[in-house]
Design a protein around this ligand. Sequence first.
Ligand SMILES: Nc1ncnc2c1ncn2[C@@H]1O[C@H](COP(=O)(O)OP(=O)(O)OP(=O)(O)O)[C@@H](O)[C@H]1O
Length: 807
Amino acid sequence: MSTVDLTNEDGINMQPVDMDMTCEISPVSTSAQQAEQPVCAEQQTMKVYLRVRPFSKEELSDKEDQDCVVIENSQTVSLNAPKGSATLKSSEKGIGMSIHKFSFSQIFGPEMQQSELFEDTVKSQMSDFLDGKNALIFSYGVTNAGKTYTIQGTPKQPGILPRVLDATFHYIGGRLHEGMYLKPYLRNDARYLDPDQVKQERSAKASIFASVKDECDPHRACVGLESLSCSTTSLSSSSLSYDQTMLASNPSGEDGSQFALWVAFFEIYNECVYDLLQPSLCSKSKKRAALRVCDDGAGNAYVKDLRWINIQTLGEASKLLQFGNKNRSAAATKMNQSSSRSHSIFTMKLLKIDGSSVTRISEFSLCDLAGSERCNKTKTFGERLKEAGNINNSLLILGKCITALRNNQADGIKSSYIPFRESKLTKLFQAVFCGKGRASMIVNINQCASTYDETLHVMKFSAVAKQVVQVIADKPLKSLAPCLVGRDGKPLLRNGVIDSQALECYLSEEELLDEEDEANMSLLSQNEHGNMIDSLRTKLLAERRRNLVQEMEVRKEMGDAMLQQLMESEELRTQQIDQLKESFQEKLENTFEIYKDAIKEHAYQSAMNNLEDDYVPLDEFIAEQEKVEALKRKVSALESSTSTTVGVCAVPTVVQSCQTRASKATEATEATEDHRSKWLYKEKCALESICEDKQQLILSLEKRLKDLSKTMQNVRDGFLEKSADLDVLQDKADAQTKSMEDILRQSVEKDREIASLKAELAKVSQMPPVQPKIKRGLLANIREAVASPRKSSPGRTLRKTIKTTQQ
Ligand SMILES: Nc1ncnc2c1ncn2[C@@H]1O[C@H](COP(=O)(O)OP(=O)(O)OP(=O)(O)O)[C@@H](O)[C@H]1O
């Protein structure tokens, strides 16, 4: 069994990101960099939880492999590739492994209850939210893995969302701010509503509630709040159990502040944002309007014109959720899609109110992501392809952002571009990822063998997410909001609107009226002067105040517009760079292809040249063979002569007496013989190597001969086949000739018959004329025809026949 090292595991299809535009998140790998963090900043890796859905009845009765997912302990799970999965096939080819191990912050098995999941996952984020910080939870996984079940739950098993709402109302207790005049504004601000606007808010809310049925719909399964809306229309009768200790940090009524809860519910489908709390959505004819994602001027993205509804009870929250879900499925049906193809986001904003001003805003978003399955090219086309592309794109961008965040933190020096702005989803949650809140992910998987490959992909994605370190600034979000400051450095904007008190101080009379204004007053009488001066002073003050307010507004607008422009140009630059990258990539690929072709061509040419070099014509080969034979003969002759010579030397000299006298001569002879034998040996070796070469040549030529004879055989077979065909054709021709001869013979016979007929006719014509008979017979007709050939057609026919035959 092999174990996956998560630090190297990077199965996600992510491209490298290399632009020099960094997000505010700080690297955490060096102590020096850590020292640069704000003193109260908190660091921790992103929490990634795994939830394994139980098998459904149908899945249990299936004969599929049911051991793909093995939970080893509360933090480790292993995935075993089942038969037929692409992963197993690849591992059998030696690519990748068939068993993968992953670790998570915590793993929740199939038997785990919703309440336990809430306690162990959301608790810390819940207290963050109640404490004025932002929180984001997103559920990620393939379709049918249990994402919606985890977020919303069922009437009997409420999910995280109803539990968060319930806990929030429990925390607020009796401190609910009932006036609706303080409303969330932009991303992090709030604004005052005038009485008319409050009225509008109330009627909008009432119209939504009027369209939601009061009774619970038993057929709708996935809204955990529905049971609460029936049973808990007041806060005191909450049926959800949760750990009360999370609320202990702010005991009820401690500082006299109140709370208002506003919620929004929207979805992102095909890279368009749609409000799920818009009543118009329910009508079939109207096309729903897409909302824009804008920047609030401080780099925080928000959905422009998104409907925020103030809720005062859990029952109201339930109705909104029901309304939004209905809208979502109605829109999905209308567009012939499945709601699981869109990302749905439920956001709560908790406003802490002291007196009549908002002192703190915190946000809790629960994001039910679209099914993460990659598009199957064989089945996906047209609108579905675009849809799959957009889902994949936003999830891919989410993956890219997470990887870039991880890489930046791991690298510590090089900060790479984090493409938050490339999708609506990441653009909206950029602030949370960059430290203005805490994000966590619940990965949902099922244990089905049929979706194993996709599940593995999901696990790899989460392995990367788990390594992201979040640096969370321990400051309320308000401090990060844009602000105009006065000369004393105090902000002039409060919750997005100009603060009248600060403005009073800023526009002091002394500052506004200078000496020039005083100078002209000496020309008038004292009383008149006094009155005029007072009225003028009041007018002037009012005018200058108005002007300054206007100036500040213009400055703010200009600042926002410039920032917007800067961001747009940055986006454009990113797009251009991407395009350039793509075109360079394409060029590079083309050049590579050209080189590949050239190398192939060269290899082919070299092979052909070698073939030509090695080619030996047959007559040359035979001549070479003869030469080899001759050389062999020569070698054997030389060998025999050498042995004779050596033999002669070995024989003792018969005449011993001549030994002394001949010793010198013998020595000389021996030296000569030695030299000769050496020469002969060398020659022999050379000849042997030549022989060997020739032998090789012979072998190759024999092989070639064999090939040739095979080809000859083939040619002969072909020839035989052809000659057989020829024989058949010959037979046919013979038959035709024979038939022609028969025709000729017949025509000769006919000629002869005609000649004899002619002779007979001649005889007949010389005979005396016969008296014509009343009744004319055949003979009379013939005679007439012979006598006047022009009139008689048989005669003409006869001549014609003769002519044709002769031809
Ligand atoms: N932990 C669980 N315990 C019991 N039933 C579950 C669990 N998780 C999911 N289910 C059931 O499995 C089915 C599919 O779940 P759900 O609709 O939540 O999947 P999903 O991932 O949201 O799918 P989609 O992406 O299509 O919306 C539902 O019937 C749900 O009730």
